[in-house]
Ligand binder design. Structure first.
Ligand code: LRH
Ligand code: MN
Ligand code: MN
Length: 429
């Protein structure tokens, strides 16, 4: 397996931090031991927890108003795979990439070879019928899988079938479908008929899924349609998964809800009824901001993981969620953001593993609201960084991934061979 960052850089950076880490790990281990928790067992669970990197996340995303690209932007999917390899080399937390078609379209064999050189695999494959592509016969301006025109729907179905074929060739085991279909004016669309058309199209996609595949449908309350969206919330998403059958699951993108919506409760409901497919992790203050995971409301991320850990503990039927990031980086180096975000997701997982489940259950039974809340807060307040760092170190990664990345000069080096790209306005202002 090939390393992109010189191993001596990582070793030197780690050596400078080793004594401190060992002391912090021992102190935390002592503290957890008094609670009957084995720090090594938590560390091993964290080390086994992988998060998929979205291929589109390693380029500067920008907003719909402008994009300010940084130096050394990836030119194509093969550059993106290399950037993903750097993230995984240093974090040892991101073994798979989630591709978006047609953005990442290339010879599947070449994709597979490029990824496996770095020990990477592919997670869910994403279809795109929310944009028109050059030379496309029919436009998605007024919808895709739910379009009023049967030929446009058929084109969108065929695109999803092609994604399944590509996914099969590269070793994906799931298709994620998000559509921008909806309306901008009251009356523009008949809600029921549009949903019927969508279900009809998705049934055709579902029928083409291989035996061991799953399909994830992703809900989103608004944007690009600003009055109504065909797959607008978890309720509609659940109906879809139920209508389609056992291979259909709901995908929860944290940014796709109204502000203050209780997402952890949505997660609980989907788990309870065996339909949680996975996540697009990110954070937001206002809407689908696509900010870095854990950067605004880490407690919410922890509360989501509290549900996941509880489901894992009770071995909830059908519980096998896919964990993917879906972020847009506007002002940071995307590699740094993704490394930190993968760490934040693991942090929430580690903290949730520390919840005293018996104390929580007893407080719930006794209607002791304060102690129930404290059981969660005690775990959330624990600084689990030594656990995360130790998991990385043991797997051959960096104690401090951002420091090692900066010391490596990777961005400067790729900037020499990757030409600068132009920033662009969204053109919607
Ligand atoms: C839509 C979305 C969806 C797309 C991605 C690029 O807002 O979250 O997952 O595929 O962004
Ligand atoms: Mn998403
Ligand atoms: Mn989104």
């Amino acid at each position: 397996m090939q390393d992109i960052i010189d191993s001596s850089v990582v070793e030197n950076e780690n050596a400078a931090r080793l004594t401190g880490l060992n002391r912090d790990y021992a102190a935390l281990g002592d503290k957890l031991g008094r609670r009957g928790v084995s720090i090594d067992a938590i560390r091993d669970k964290v080390a086994a927890f992988g998060i998929a990197i979205p291929s589109w996340g390693v380029g500067t995303g920008g907003t719909r108003f402008a994009r300010f690209p940084g130096p050394g932007e990836p030119r194509d999917i093969f550059d993106k795979i290399e950037d993903c390899a750097v993230i995984d080399q240093l974090t040892c937390a991101t073994p798979r990439i989630s591709l978006h078609i047609p953005w990442d379209k290339a010879d599947p064999q070449a994709l597979k070879e490029a990824a496996s050189r770095f020990g990477l695999g592919f997670d869910a494959i994403n279809s795109n019928t929310f944009q028109d592509q050059p030379g496309q016969r029919r436009s998605y301006k007024f919808g895709s899988l739910s379009h009023t025109d049967a030929a446009t729907r058929q084109q969108a179905v065929e695109h999803n079938l092609e994604c399944i074929e590509i996914g099969k060739a590269i070793g994906s085991k799931a298709l994620t479908v998000w559509i921008g279909d909806g309306s901008n004016f009251p009356g523009q669309s008949d809600f029921a008929r549009a949903f019927d058309r969508y279900l009809g199209s998705m049934k055709a996609v579902y029928a083409a899924l291989p035996e061991d595949w799953r399909v994830f449908t992703e809900h989103k309350m608004y944007e690009p349609a600003f009055y109504s969206t065909v797959v607008q919330d978890w309720g509609t998403n659940y109906l879809i998964a139920k209508e389609l059958g056992p291979k259909a699951y709901c995908l929860v993108d944290l940014g796709h809800h109204a502000p203050n919506v209780n997402i952890e409760m949505i997660v609980s409901r989907l788990i309870q009824f065996g339909k949680l497919g996975g996540f697009h992790f990110n954070d937001s203050k206002y809407g689908d901001d696509d900010l870095d995971a854990g950067s605004i409301d880490p407690y919410r991320l922890f509360l989501v993981f509290n549900e996941l850990v509880e489901a894992e503990r009770r071995e909830a039927p059908g519980f096998q969620p896919a964990h993917m990031l879906d972020q847009s980086h506007n002002v940071t180096d995307p590699i740094e953001s993704l490394m930190v975000s993968a760490g934040e997701v693991r942090r929430a997982y580690a903290q949730a593993l520390l919840v005293d489940r018996q104390a929580l259950a007893e407080a719930q039974e006794a209607n002791d609201a304060l102690m129930a809340s404290e059981a969660l807060k005690a775990a959330f307040r624990t600084d689990v960084e030594p656990i995360l760092a130790s998991a990385r170190l043991k797997a051959g990664g960096a104690v401090d991934p951002v420091a090692a990345y900066r010391a490596s000069g990777y961005r400067r080096k790729v900037a020499e061979k990757r030409p600068a790209t132009e920033g662009s306005g969204g053109g919607i202002v």
